[in-house]
Design a protein. Structure first.
Length: 213
């Protein structure tokens, strides 16, 4: 397929950043088309042709379109040359997919919306945090971190010695989570995850995708 792929979204989005990390780690030249779901004007009408549910990101490569981040990143890994971002063995891929599923189902809302937004983002805007929401989220976050720590393979990365899509899926969520004091405290209880976080947060691709706001 000819032409650069296009990713639609905004750099503040956890899920847009996941896809950007995959593109950068595969060294894929691409365009980021700005789409702000929080814009006062609302989403542009044309965007619903790319994502019928009005979320970000969406992806386009030639005449092929995708939405849902896990589908986008797997396509990026398999459609373009470069180092593989998925384990070759079936059990390793299953473990990677399990971690990605856990992140979507149990981590994103808890780590980002219930902890980061309430304790960091809202106070920055002069708004009061919802203490009950934070209190309810902390045990869920602790359960998630414990489960991830048990699943983490030997080696620098979540699935072993090689970085995979699981690492790229987790990193943007942890980026917001660790801005909260509560997040840093919970993470410090898991040394293997702390070492992983130090490793991935030092990647050039991670640093270059830091949100602009």
């Amino acid at each position: 397929m000819a032409g650069k792929p296009r990713l639609f979204g905004a750099d503040y989005s956890v899920y847009v950043r996941i896809a950007l990390l995959a593109l950068l780690e595969k060294n894929v030249d691409h365009d980021l088309v700005p789409v702000d779901v929080f814009s006062k004007e609302g989403l542009p009408g044309w965007y619903l042709d790319h994502h019928p549910f009005g979320r970000i990101p969406a992806f386009e490569h030639g005449d092929f379109r995708l939405f849902e981040t896990a589908a986008i990143t797997r396509y990026i890994d398999e459609a373009f040359p470069g180092p593989s971002l998925q384990p070759r063995d079936v059990k390793g891929r299953a473990r990677m997919n399990q971690i990605v599923g856990m992140l979507d189902a149990y981590a994103y809302r808890t780590l980002v919306w219930d902890i980061y937004v309430e304790t960091v983002s809202k106070p920055k805007r002069g708004e009061a945090a919802d203490g009950d929401r934070v209190a309810a989220a902390l045990p869920r976050a602790a359960t998630f971190l414990a489960a991830l720590s048990r699943l983490k393979a030997e080696g620098a990365w979540l699935c072993g010695e090689t970085m995979t899509l699981a690492d790229l899926h987790a990193a943007p969520m942890f980026s917001y989570f660790t801005m909260a004091g509560e997040g840093r405290t919970l993470l410090s209880e898991h040394p293997s995850l702390m070492r992983w976080w130090e490793e991935i947060s030092a990647l050039p691709s991670f640093k270059s995708t830091e949100p602009s706001s």
